[in-house]
Design a protein around this ligand. Structure first.
Ligand code: SF4
Ligand code: SF4
Length: 410
């Protein structure tokens, strides 16, 4: 990792966004993908998950990361994957984090949220659960997440409710197919005592392959904006939709690209990226197994220092909405081949469409953990196979079974 000149000093006073633009001593939104293994193979998976990386951090290395997060006063971490509950030490690491004052919010497809695990979660403080659901009906959800995945998610929500777990989250990636279901999503969340969380589809990971087919149409962006203006108070959106501010008013949530400033991603092998939607060599800041650990990557990496400069207007500088939209999402631009100082590909003023129509070079993925023999549009394996169940000799064990090398759990 290269060290460079100090980043610009954070201004005294000013708005929260102005403070955040210069970065913080510790991330406030840290995502940690514990594994790339997954029993599903969602069409739009931002991390192209499927197969476990054999170099995955060990239990002891994960504990050391948690110790460091505690020292840095990172108060909570978003755990995801892949499907994090696939790791046999997942429940241990969750407890370890909580015992070390690092709260956990984890994302899951729900396939392992049994009544017993739901009771365990209900009895643990500082834990939040986010169930992924990309359609309010099986037809819409299973189209992208695979057959059976809607029922699995609903069963997990039911188990959580029955166990007395309060305020689970239903996490929805907004697509062309589900924008018309926003009211139904809200009703589902209310029925399970949950909170709705809406996120933006980015062309990251396998999302790049299906972005043209799935990303909301311009009129649906307006529909989403109007719905959020009317209903957004009790809906979580993070930094997903600040590009919609160019319709008029800012929405609640973080109106800033927080990549490397307040947001980052730790991947299963300890690589640290600027943002969960930017898993590409271009946004790799370092590895926490190197000297100085995570803290050194976060505070001193060249990439993060560069990102902590105020956003340049570039092609957007004459836009009257730049103060709130700020040119939109860095990852969305990068993976559609639009320059970093160009407009967001979904710019609601229409400049994104113009940029997409111009000659551009779309970057190839530098990471892909998809299964070698995809089974999309066939029944989803909701029961994970054991190594010994595999009859044909695998070319590489984890190409076939994301659990390769793990002892099966009960
Ligand atoms: S790159 Fe996009 S998704 Fe990542 S922090 Fe910035 S705005 Fe958010
Ligand atoms: S031109 Fe740029 S700043 Fe203006 S709305 Fe479009 S992306 Fe946002």
């Amino acid at each position: 990792m290269t060290l460079i000149q100090p980043a610009p000093a954070r201004p005294q006073g000013g708005t929260l966004v102005e403070q955040f633009e210069f970065g913080l001593d510790a991330p406030i939104c840290l995502t940690w993908e514990l594994t790339y293994a997954c029993n599903l193979e969602c069409a739009h998976c931002l991390s192209s998950s499927g197969r476990r990386d054999p170099r995955e951090l060990t239990t002891q290395q994960c504990e050391a990361v948690i110790d460091e997060l505690q020292r840095m006063q990172v108060f909570y971490v978003n755990i995801g994957g892949g499907e994090p509950t696939i790791r046999p030490d997942f429940w241990h690491l969750l407890q370890y984090a909580v015992d070390h004052q690092v709260g956990v919010k984890f994302s899951t497809n729900g396939s392992r949220l049994t009544p017993e695990k739901a009771r365990l979660l209900a009895s643990t403080d500082y834990v939040d659960v986010q169930i992924s659901l990309d359609g309010a009906t099986a037809e819409v959800n299973d189209y992208v997440r695979g057959p059976g995945s809607f029922d699995t998610a609903i069963r997990a929500l039911q188990n959580l409710q029955d166990a007395g777990f309060r305020d689970a989250k239903i996490s929805v990636v907004c697509t062309r197919q589900n924008i018309g279901q926003l009211d139904e999503f809200k009703a589902l969340a209310d029925a399970y005592g949950a909170t709705l969380r809406l996120t933006r589809l980015r062309p990251s990971g396998r999302g790049a392959d299906v972005w043209d087919e799935l990303h909301p149409l311009p009129e649906q962006q307006r529909e989403l904006y109007d719905w959020l203006m009317a209903n957004g108070e009790n809906v979580l959106t993070g930094d997903s939709f600040f590009h919609l501010a160019a319709f008029g008013d800012s929405l609640p949530g973080l109106n800033l690209c927080g990549a490397g400033r307040v947001v980052c991603l730790i991947d299963p092998v300890g690589d640290v990226y600027a943002c969960p939607f930017a898993i590409h060599d271009e946004f790799l800041a370092g590895n926490l197994l190197d000297e100085g650990g995570f803290q050194r990557v976060w505070q001193d990496s060249e990439l993060f220092r560069k990102l902590r400069n105020p956003t340049a207007g570039g092609a957007c500088s004459s836009c009257s909405f730049f103060d709130t939209c700020r040119g939109g999402c860095m990852a969305a631009k990068f993976f559609t081949g639009i320059p970093m100082d160009g407009p967001d590909p979904e710019c609601v003023q229409g400049y994104g469409a113009t940029a997409l129509a111009e000659a551009r070079s779309v970057p190839t993925a530098s990471k892909d953990h998809s299964k070698r023999n995809p089974t999309r549009n066939r029944p989803v394996m909701l029961t994970l196979r054991r190594r010994e169940d595999i009859t044909a000799p695998p070319v590489s064990a984890c190409a076939v079974n994301p659990l390769a090398g793990f002892a099966p759990t009960a």
